[in-house]
Design a protein around this ligand. Structure first.
Ligand code: FUC
Length: 806
């Protein structure tokens, strides 16, 4: 009897819990938790591409970390250019040509580095290089009329609406908090409400670990300050944050540093914030945004935001099965290791698109190592732009996932590096054109890093240039291409004028350089070195850059000295080499790597994101790439696992790609930096963990999922090129391909049934006919296939509905 009563009570509790929570359809994409976040990496990221916040949903004392993408300390580093370095360049090259890499490297450690502190080994908060920092902490302390414990707690983030919500019941009152970073009105909004009048009471305070003055004027709370420019002058970035409470009922009171609202029916907390980095009138901007938003009714604020957000989010759908919207997301993450729930992968995919829409926008700074979100003033690795994979990975999904305009932030950043990169090319290498080494920041740092073991990579700029070309490949926008041609050409000019001829084969190679961040043993010794000539990744990057310049020049009818020199140099680049041991060589010599499991797989740049290794066109190299991946293993840091999903997808091995996805989804908690791939995976809030939190893996994971579903790098559309068995049934809408089209596809039992190609630009689209299809029909009419492909000539805006006949 007692047992029955207990289960009845439990049922009633469940029922009550359910009664007050929203019913969510299985098509909705949401993150769901049944308790407040106990760590920052469980809080929910909100953002409008410029400002953001991460509420923890605590019941009594809620902590919300605030962010602004321009919260950067530092300034232009006056010492970055080290004019003495070039005096050592001939000697360093000579040593490399003699095979004396150790001596060359030692000389570089001492002389061929940036002047000044560089990135201060990742601790540059007060150095000129600077650091991306949190904006501040919003602390909300609530008081409740009832002392009863909480029931029916639920915390959600709707990916469909970009609105987070905390809901629970205390006594007989249901409390609901809604939070969003408005994509329409450019402010942060929190609505605090209850289903009984006079139940909303709280105190709001703003703080920051340093450099903050908090004050109250009328009913507006303000925090302002200035970050260190690295020289302790008054030229650092200034910021101002204002918070206003718009209440229905209750009493609003203020002291020197906080606002208190008592017994209100409802309250809106509106936060407006900016810095003077990109907006010299930032004070007026903050006031205007606050004043105009405070006048708008909540429903309108919310619908304006949702509409603006959905314009981007709704462009793409991915359905791999019904969403389980009853199980908390952290449990779904844990369960994935057993159930491999395809719908969870789709949720992760859309969460990544959500992060891109929330984390970046046109005309501001690119997504950094943590996107828009940091919770300290000294962000790991300064939260900067690492150019040897990380910032690029952030933008891998932009084109294919139909967020092309957001890509422009990175493209503009690339163009902005040209003047500084030109100085760097001249100062360090006496070379023409422009270049960037392995790290950068909003102060346009392009010098080598402070330690040559990782800081000597010289293809950071070239890698960024890949993005310039890819944007064209997807959009076919010739005006755009003409606008970036000088940047592409300038990047090529650097290599044209700085590569040297190695003596053994007469190949043209970069020197000095390194294969991002891996070291090798000098043959016959146990001495580890990083510095080398012509690492494979450099060869692939230069080859690709040269090719892209030639393609661009042809489209734009340009014939110049650069194109002439490229044609002369291209045949002299080293080939990709397969070791007698079967793998693709990472270096020009078949050196043995000090860490065969190293997280960077730089020499497979040619497999992904570039397209120089392909099972279709270069099967031998593809087999060697596969061997390289086997040798590297399936572990690695978060972003490394994410990259490997893309590699296996390009090798058309869907199940292996899925295995890597599963390893990316390994649940993690710790935030301490780990380099060896242990403790990597995904946090409760689905942020990727290097660890620590690093957002590149989220975007690399999204790009990997896209690569499994659609590829277009070989001049034709390949649908479902790497579909894992687990995703036997599904459909997607709105993914984009090179050549300028949107594509939808529907499949079951791993076989396509229909597809739609919607041309964004007039073009001929080639589509691979899957082996299992007897024919492809367009509007009921059979298409002629040639060698396994059909061609569709479409005008801009035209749609082709295809049916795969088995
Ligand atoms: C590179 C990587 C590390 C880390 C850092 C931010 O140095 O090798 O793994 O991602 O960037």
């Amino acid at each position: 009897m007692k047992k029955n009563l207990l289960s009845l009570l439990a049922l009633a509790a469940i029922f009550m819990g359910c009664a007050q929570t929203q019913k969510v359809s299985t098509r909705e994409m949401q993150l769901l938790y049944d308790k407040p976040a106990n760590v920052w990496e469980a809080t929910l990221p909100l953002g409008n591409g410029r400002i953001g916040m991460m509420p923890d949903g605590e019941i009594d004392k809620e902590h919300i970390v605030l962010n602004d993408i321009t919260m950067w300390s530092g300034s232009m580093d006056k010492d970055a250019l080290n004019p003495d370095a070039i005096n050592y360049l001939p000697k360093i090259r000579e040593l490399l040509l003699q095979g004396k890499n150790v001596d060359a490297q030692n000389m570089m450690y001492e002389h061929f580095r940036c002047g000044g502190l560089g990135s201060a080994h990742g601790s540059a908060k007060d150095a000129p290089y600077g650091c991306f920092q949190m904006l501040g902490d919003l602390n909300l302390s609530y008081s409740y009329p009832a002392t009863d414990s909480v029931t029916g707690y639920q915390r959600t983030l709707s990916l469909n609406d970009a609105v987070a919500r905390t809901q629970f019941k205390k006594g007989d009152v249901t409390y609901t908090r809604e939070y969003f970073a408005s994509h329409a009105d450019d402010v942060l909004v929190i609505r605090l409400s209850a289903d009984k009048k006079r139940s909303v009471s709280f105190n709001a305070g703003l703080s920051r670990p340093e450099r903050a003055t908090v004050s109250v004027t009328g009913n507006v709370l303000q925090m302002e300050g200035q970050l260190n420019d690295g020289y302790n002058t008054d030229k650092g970035v200034r910021y101002r944050t204002k918070l206003q409470i718009v209440n229905k009922g209750g009493t609003l009171a203020a002291n020197d540093s906080s606002l208190t609202l008592s017994d209100a029916d409802e309250a809106l907390v509106i936060i407006s914030s900016s810095t003077d980095m990109l907006d010299k009138n930032f004070n007026a901007t903050v006031d205007n945004l606050l004043n105009s938003s405070a006048k708008i009714a909540y429903d309108k604020l919310k619908s304006g935001h949702v509409n603006a957000y959905q314009e981007k989010f709704n462009r793409v759908e991915l359905n791999l099965g019904e969403q389980d919207n009853a199980t908390p997301t952290d449990m779904r993450l844990n369960n994935f290791q057993q159930n491999e729930d395809p719908a969870f992968a789709a949720l992760y995919f859309q969460f990544g698109r959500y992060l891109m829409i929330s984390g970046t926008r046109e005309n501001t700074l690119p997504l950094n190592l943590q996107g828009l979100w940091a919770n300290t003033v000294q962000t790991p690795w300064n939260g900067d732009y690492h150019l040897n994979i990380n910032v690029q990975m952030n933008y891998w999904p932009a084109e294919v996932c139909n967020l092309s305009e957001l890509h422009k932030t990175l493209l503009n950043f690339t163009n902005s590096l040209v003047p500084s990169g030109t100085e760097t090319a001249k100062t360090y290498y006496g070379a023409e054109g422009w270049m960037a080494h392995m790290m950068s920041n909003p102060w346009l740092f392009t010098a080598p890093g402070e330690h040559a073991s990782w800081g000597s990579t010289i293809t950071g700029g070239a890698w960024l240039c890949e993005h310039l070309w890819e944007h064209y490949a997807f959009t076919q926008d010739k005006d755009y291409l003409a606008s970036v041609y000088p940047t592409l050409k300038g990047a090529a000019d650097f290599f044209i004028s700085s590569m040297i001829t190695e003596p053994t084969h007469g190949w043209l190679v970069t020197a000095p350089s390194s294969s991002p961040e891996n070291a090798f043993f000098m043959p016959g010794t146990k001495t580890a070195v990083n510095v080398c000539m012509g690492p494979t990744m450099d060869v692939q990057l230069v080859n690709e850059l040269y090719g892209n310049v030639l393609k661009a020049a042809k489209i734009l009818n340009i014939e110049d000295e650069t194109t002439k020199r490229i044609r002369e140099q291209l045949p002299k680049l080293p080939p990709m080499q397969i070791s007698p041991k079967g793998y693709l060589q990472e270096w020009m010599e078949d050196y043995e790597e000090t860490d065969p499991k190293h997280r960077h797989v730089s020499h497979l740049y040619g497999l992904h994101p570039s397209n120089q290794i392909s099972p279709n066109t270069t099967p031998e190299l593809a087999a060697a790439a596969k061997e390289t991946l086997e040798r590297r293993g399936d572990g690695g840091t978060g972003w490394s696992r994410a990259w490997k999903i893309n590699f296996w997808a390009r090798l058309h091995d869907g199940n292996r790609a899925h295995k890597l996805l599963k390893s990316l989804f390994e649940p993690i908690v710790g935030s301490e930096i780990k380099m060896d791939g242990s403790g990597s995976g995904t946090y409760a809030n689905l942020f990727c963990g290097h660890p620590p939190f690093q957002i590149d893996g989220n975007f690399g994971g999204v790009s990997g999922i896209a690569e499994m579903l659609i590829q277009s790098q070989d001049g034709y559309i390949d649908l479902l090129p790497a579909l894992p068995d687990k995703w036997a049934n599904g459909n997607f809408k709105g993914l984009r391909v090179r050549g300028g089209a949107e594509v939808d596809a529907v499949w079951s039992n791993k076989q396509l049934s229909s597809a739609m190609i919607k041309a964004e630009t007039g073009n001929t689209f080639k589509l691979k006919v899957p082996a299992y299809a007897a024919s492809v029909k367009q509007n009921g009419k059979e298409l002629t296939s040639e060698n396994g492909y059909v061609s569709l000539e479409l005008k801009a805006g035209e749609e082709a509905k295809l049916e795969f006949v088995k």
